[in-house]
Design a protein around this ligand. Structure first.
Ligand code: BDR
Ligand code: CA
Length: 312
């Protein structure tokens, strides 16, 4: 088996952390780098959180790069109200001993895509798309060299989660998202329509805790923290586990269902800024630029997560 080469672009975030742990636990994936971006919390925290997660997984050799400090055009919007002051509230994780690589995340992404064989690198994006848009501006030839870009972002049937119309990752940097959706890169999109079906519950959180290892207990503590906010917001038993859907798709694409359609990002209207307008019914002749997921086998998803995290 040749492991699939991936770059994870992320703004950890508890759900980002679980996604990274899932990837680090999976021999089918070769993480060539983790790139941090501003999003859930400012960059100084997302980059540190990425390091903490690699150490939690016992993989301090994972290369981590720091990227964009702010969105392309808009003032930064963060989400401490969901993720806590550190972005990773819940477990008490030690200050990392690992350090960031010196190279900028955008340079690393461009160089990797230009130097590795074309069509072998998959981009996994778990946060705002600022780093990827900057890489595309810096070197447009990367677009045709990406194998696939699998993103957590957007929402259509479910509406938004940061405004009534927009999902957080797209809303924070709608201009970057617009560049990515117009780039020609083959995109797989995990919108809120999927992630709102991947809900935690006390039983599911207990399953992580009962793994008994540091990573298992930390996952239970992270999800216990972010769930507090989500339970109130969605008035349900648990909260959505967004970002791990991206990595789960690489490992078991058959647990997701969707279709190829056009996705266009709203960048002008203040009211609907960052909305992902999905032409689900094919009522325009706009090009089909993304495979948009709508369903998930959530039992299989959580079973995979527990099994993989228990390997760490
Ligand atoms: C997305 O926003 C962040 O808060 C989460 O980490 C996820 O990437 C969900 O809208
Ligand atoms: Ca995220």
């Amino acid at each position: 088996m040749t492991a699939r080469k991936i770059i994870i672009d992320t703004d950890p975030g508890q759900d980002d952390a679980v996604a990274i742990l899932l990837a680090l636990a999976s021999p089918e994936l070769d993480i060539v780098g983790i790139t941090a971006v501003t999003g859930n919390v400012p960059l100084s925290l997302t980059e540190k959180n990425a390091l903490k997660i690699c150490e939690l997984a016992g993989k301090p050799e994972t290369p981590v790069y720091s990227g964009a400090i702010r969105p392309l055009m808009r003032p930064l919007v963060t989400a401490e109200h969901v993720h806590g002051k550190t972005g990773l509230d819940g477990p008490d994780l030690p200050e990392p001993k690992m350090t960031l690589h010196k190279e900028h995340a955008v340079d690393f992404t461009v160089e990797t895509l230009m130097n590795e064989e074309s069509g072998t690198i998959t981009l996994c994006t778990l946060g705002p798309l600022t780093n990827i848009a900057l890489a595309l501006i810096r070197e447009p030839r990367i677009a045709s060299r990406v194998k696939e870009l699998v993103m957590m972002g957007g929402g259509f049937f479910e509406g938004g989660n940061i405004t009534p119309a927009a999902e957080f990752n797209i809303h924070v940097d709608p201009h970057a998202a617009d560049i990515v959706f117009r780039s020609g890169i083959p995109i797989v999109m995990m919108p809120l329509d999927v992630t709102h079906k991947a809900l935690t519950s006390p039983t599911r959180i207990a399953a992580f805790r009962s793994i008994g290892s540091r990573p298992g207990i930390a996952v239970a503590e992270m999800l216990g923290f972010s769930e507090r906010f989500d339970k109130e917001k969605y008035a349900g038993e648990g909260g959505p586990l967004h970002d791990p859907c991206v990595i789960a798709y690489l490992l078991a694409p058959e647990i997701f269902k969707g279709r190829k359609c056009n996705v266009t990002v709203e960048t002008v209207s203040e009211l609907t800024l960052g909305m992902t307008v999905v032409d689900w019914w094919g009522v325009t002749d706009r090009p089909k630029n993304a495979f948009v997921m709508r369903d998930i086998d959530h039992e299989a998803f959580f079973a995979m997560l527990v099994e993989r995290i228990s390997r760490l």
